[in-house]
Design a protein. Structure first.
Length: 114
């Protein structure tokens, strides 16, 4: 699970794309914060945080379902503000990073809308 990249070149700068590839934890939007929840019965589930208030927590699970749980009924929950995407800093050459950034920045909406 992650963001739709089909038109990412329209909404993100070249610098942002490069940073996202090399240091994905530098700017993790709340929509991609990972929540780990353990219910009263001991079952643990992970998902992406959608909302949290004093009494409830809402998240999207791996199947894409929206869940809303009462915090009072949970054994524990933890929110990690880190990306699930790995860093490619030491995995791709500078040329490969440049090529990937160029490709991603070329992705624009269909129909010529820029």
């Amino acid at each position: 699970m992650g963001p739709d990249l089909s038109a990412i070149g329209k909404s993100r700068s070249v610098d942002h794309l490069r940073q996202s590839i090399l240091d994905p934890n530098a700017d993790v939007r709340q929509r991609y914060w990972v929540v780990t929840i353990t219910d009263a019965g001991g079952k643990t589930v992970d998902g992406f945080l959608m909302n949290e208030d004093t009494y409830t927590i809402q998240f999207i699970d791996a199947a894409g379902r929206l869940n809303s749980l009462d915090k009072g009924g949970l054994k524990s929950f933890k929110i990690d503000r880190v990306s699930k995407m790995p860093s490619y800093k030491d995995k791709l050459s500078n040329d490969d990073v440049n090529a990937l950034v160029a490709y991603l920045s070329s992705l624009r909406p269909a129909g010529g809308a820029q």
